[in-house]
Every structure is written in C-alpha cells, then in structure tokens.
Ligand binder design. Structure first.
Ligand SMILES: Nc1ncnc2c1ncn2[C@@H]1O[C@H](COP(=O)(O)OP(=O)(O)OP(=O)(O)O)[C@@H](O)[C@H]1O
Ligand SMILES: [Mg+2]
Length: 264
C-alpha cells in the first residue's frame, strides 16, 4: 500500500533536520516514489539534501535502517548518506541531493550505458555482512516448483527494484536510489530484472537481453535459471497489476508476459 505523502514537513521533522544540517531555507516536494511519508528536497544555506522519512511505527520503517546500513558499501553507486536520525517518532535519512532526472529506458537511450556502468560497479561490491533478504525467499510464493528457487540463490548484492524512478542520471553518471529492498542472490538477477523494465519501455525481448548481456554476470546465467525467473516474474507482475493502479503495473505485466513467452 502506498504511504500518504506529507506535502509540508511536520514541525518535529523540520526541527530534527535543522539540528543536523542547519536552518532550512527551502523545501521542495519530490513527485516520484510512493512509499515514503516524506521525500523532499531540502535546502540549507550551505547544502541541498534529499530527505526521506517514515514514522517509527510504520511497518516498513526497517527499509530506512536497511538503506542506512548498506550506504557505506555503495560509494559511487548511490548518493551519499549524510545522516540517519531516529528521534521524536521519526526515522529520517538525509542524502546528498542529486541534480538529475530519472533514467530513460527506451531503446537507444543514451542513459543505458551509464546505467550499465554503475551496474558493473555494483557487481564488484562483495555482499556486506548485513541481514539482507534473499531472492529465493522473496520469490518463494511465485514458483510452482519450489526446486526453481535454487536457481536464484547466491551471495551477490542486488538492488532488484529497477523502476527508472530509482535510477537518477546526472550528466553521464547514473546513481541508484531506494535500497530498502536490497537482497542477496545469483549475480545475474539484477540485469535480468532490469531487462523487464527495458521491455516495458519499448525494447524487444532480444534487444533487452542484448543490453543485459553487457553485464559481467550475464554470461554465467544458466538458461534454466533465466527461464525460471521469467516464469516467476510473470506471476509476480500478474499479481501486482491485479491490485495496483501504478502507471507501470500494466506495462510491466505485459513485459513479463512477453519475456516469459520469449524464454519458453
Ligand atoms: N539523493 C537523491 N537526490 C535527488 N532525488 C532523489 C534522491 N533520492 C531519491 N530521489 C527522488 O525521490 C524519489 C523517491 O525516492 P525513493 O525511491 O528512495 O523513495 P520511496 O518513496 O521509498 O520510493 P518507492 O515508492 O519507490 O519505494 C525517487 O524516485 C527520486 O526521484
Ligand atoms: Mg523509489
């Protein structure tokens, strides 16, 4: 369920931010992402920050902790985390503000090489010793044969949420945001999940697979594992699209169906 986004910063939140970053001179709302009660551009005399927050009693407040814990491992891959505050009933994360736009995932987009360059950096990060969700666990309700889950096991650090709203492009650099669902699993899962978004943005299945094939882990992806993931993603997006009004739910359902048929 999306969380209702607050359009003004509550006084308590304003005070907490000012305590660590100095007086706020301007606040701008962010029109993307649905899960945070607070997602704002905050300017102080010295800095511009991106502040993301949830009340401490929110069922997904663990995602804030996950983002805070993982941030030190993501230099050059994600915007830098400047602080994490848990006070007065709020969990707040203050990030370096990225002045950029969401990635363009359409065919021939000039953003694609930048996105892949950052994915390659991510592929080199050893999975940190943190408690992360595992892909077999996350996908367990979408397989019809539980044996398929073993394809998804691995110890690579994966982002997994390749909505272009989570990819900020500034100049020729792409940075990935929204690490609350970072997971461990087989290294090829990230490029394979990314290609569904490429298909949803107009790539053919072949074009999308060719783009993913520039990821170092792609050559190691077993065809059976990819086929199993295609089946799982089809079920997952069928179920998301049945319940969601998000703009991308139907295109992603169609993309997942196309890819599953392509892999048959
Ligand atoms: N460091 C940043 N600098 C500038 N903008 C950012 C930054 N981090 C995130 N954003 C913008 O804020 C939006 C929401 O951020 P994020 O995806 O982390 O939060 P969310 O509300 O939890 O999202 P979701 O609903 O996707 O889980 C992003 O889609 C992006 O447009
Ligand atoms: Mg997001």
């Amino acid at each position: 369920m999306p969380t209702q986004r607050l359009t003004d910063l509550p006084d308590a939140v304003r005070r907490l931010i000012e305590k660590v970053s100095g007086p706020i001179v301007d606040v701008g709302n962010i029109n993307a992402g649905l899960n945070s009660a607070i997602a704002a551009r905050v300017r102080t005399p010295e800095d511009t920050l991106f502040v993301k927050g949830l009340p401490m009693d929110h069922p997904r407040v663990w995602t804030q902790n996950r983002e805070a814990q993982i941030s030190p491992y993501l230099r050059g891959i994600a915007p830098e985390l400047l602080w994490h505050i848990e006070e007065d009933g709020w969990s707040l994360l203050g990030f370096e503000y990225v002045n950029g736009g969401h990635a363009d995932f359409t065919p021939k987009s000039r953003d694609l090489p930048a996105v892949m360059a950052t994915m390659r950096r991510l592929a080199k990060v050893p999975a940190p010793a943190l408690e992360l969700k595992s892909m077999p666990h996350r996908l367990r309700t979408f397989v019809d044969d539980p044996a398929d889950l073993s394809w998804f096991a691995g110890d690579s650090l994966l982002h997994t949420e390749w909505n272009p709203h989570n990819v900020l492009v500034s100049g020729d650099r792409a940075l990935f945001v929204d690490w609350g669902w970072a997971s461990t699993g087989a290294a090829w899962i990230d490029p394979a999940l990314w290609l569904l978004w490429l298909i949803a943005h107009g790539h053919t299945c072949d074009q999308a697979e060719r783009a993913s094939a520039t990821h170092p882990a792609w050559a190691l992806a077993p065809a059976e594992g990819l086929n199993a993931l295609a089946r799982v993603q089809r079920r997952l997006w069928d179920s998301i699209a049945a319940e969601s009004t998000d703009d991308w739910a139907n295109p992603m359902r169609e993309a997942a169906r196309s890819w599953e048929e392509h892999r048959r």
